[in-house]
Every structure is written in structure tokens, then in C-alpha cells.
Design a protein around this ligand. Sequence first.
Ligand SMILES: C[S@@+](CC[C@H](N)C(=O)[O-])C[C@H]1O[C@@H](n2cnc3c(N)ncnc32)[C@H](O)[C@@H]1O
Length: 269
Amino acid sequence: MPADDSFRALLDYMETELGFSTSHYNDSYLDRRVTARLRRTKCDDYSEYFDQLRTDPDEQAALLDSMSINVTGFFRNPEVWDGIRDVLRTLSARERQVSIWSAACADGREPYSLSMLVHADPQIDESAVEIRATDISEDALDVARDGVYEESRTTDLGGELEYLSNYEQYVDHDREEGVYRVRDRVKRPVTFERHDLISGASKSGFNLVTCRNLFIYIDTEYKRSMLETIAQSLEEDGYLVIGKSETIPPSLKSTFEATDNRHRIYQRV
Ligand SMILES: C[S@@+](CC[C@H](N)C(=O)[O-])C[C@H]1O[C@@H](n2cnc3c(N)ncnc32)[C@H](O)[C@@H]1O
């Protein structure tokens, strides 16, 4: 972990001058991102990079861009989706209306995966399901609302979608244009909205919240308050799914009880 004064000065600058709340994120994450820019700009240390950053608006934009943590995918960690399917079946049998919140939904591939799963499973009543999807990034939400995803050398969209054997019913693969377009019936139950999980108000009435692969970047103090916001947004007995390498802090163990440890699925106590 960099104890370096120039690293701290750089973070202060990002916070006060560039408007990026570094204090919400953990140091190792921030260090990885800044170091990547430092290498890219061929600077030898934080201090040299800081000098460049202060005078170069393009580098300021590039640094902010590199801070956005937007890696995602359809059916990310496919084995977890077996657990999510079980939760959706339970909820579909129990509730008249099933409300899902995909928090930190990035470019929409997570909420669309939920919608596809709901459509594909005969034990889930798709007409009773609504999905609210939120993220802090307007750019990510713009892509999400469009529901059009480009193939690239690094993104194997077809491979991601293979979790469903009949995915072409839900996503149109336009081979000529090299894009995958989410079909209208998959988009219909999903609504998108900007929401900051750190400063935003809690919501209410959700039976399932997925908040995956954001906590790993967040400082423990904020992680707790984010989980409290989620707990308040959930119905009693509602479910929470977090990322595969994430954990619930011990102080919240009485709020969330693990129902499927392997898949990181919890129930609000
Ligand atoms: C790594 S992606 C995870 C996407 C998806 N949940 C998944 O697991 O594939 C993290 C997302 O969190 C969003 N994010 C970062 N800080 C946030 C905050 N304070 N409130 C809401 N979303 C945030 C980012 O914009 C990004 O889209």
C-alpha cells in the first residue's frame, strides 16, 4: 500500500479539484488505477505523475476514465445464476408481484440476464416480475437503455449468453454489424435510473437485490452504510446477492443471514 505523501497529495487533488470521491474507495484499488496511468504516461513516480496531471487536462480526463469500474457481463459467474434461479422460483411461488433491484448494474447486462432468466424458466411467472436497474454512471445507463452490445476481441458476448441454450430468443445477434441487440420483451420489465449507493436514499419493497462486484472496491466504512441502504430497501425475507469474492461485514451478520453461502446469497432477517 503506498504510504507515500505524494500519493496522498494526488488523492486529495482528485477529491478537491477533479471531484472524484477517492475516500469511498480502498487504497489498493486506487493505487492499481493510478499506477496504470503512471506507467502509461511513462512517469517514474507519483510525484512526477502528479506534476503532469496538474497541468494536463487530457490526463485528468484519462485518469477519471480509468477509475470507472465497469467490468460486467451477461450471466457473470454462471454458477451463481443457478442460485439466483432458485431464489426467483421461490419468490415467484410466494409473491404476487416480484420486485428486483439490480444495483450498480453497469451497462445493463446484469438486469437483462435477470429478465432473460425469468422469461426462460417455466417455473417463474414473468408477468409478475419487475426489475429496477441503477448505476452511478450516466454513460453506463445510456448503453443499458439501448441494450445494444458490440462484439470485440476481448468480449465474448455469445459465450456469456450461452448460459441459456436458447438465448437467440432473447437477444438478436446481428452478425453483419457485429452487435447483439436485446429484444423488446427482455427490455420491457427493466427500468433504468441513476442512483448513488453511497449518498442516495434507500428504496422500498424489493424482494431481491443484486449488488455484485462493487463492494470489492469500496472502503469498509461505506460498504456498511451501502448494505444498510440495501437492507432498508428489502422486504422482510427479501434476498440479497453479492459478488462471488465479496463478504458481509461481521457487524451486519444479524441483518443478513446466508441462505446459500457458495453463491453469496443472503436473506434479510
Ligand atoms: C464492476 S461493475 C459491476 C457490474 C455488475 N453488477 C456485475 O457484477 O457485473 C461496478 C459498477 O458500480 C458502479 N458504481 C460505482 N460506484 C457506485 C456508487 N457509489 N453507486 C452506484 N453504482 C456505483 C460503476 O459505475 C460500475 O458500473
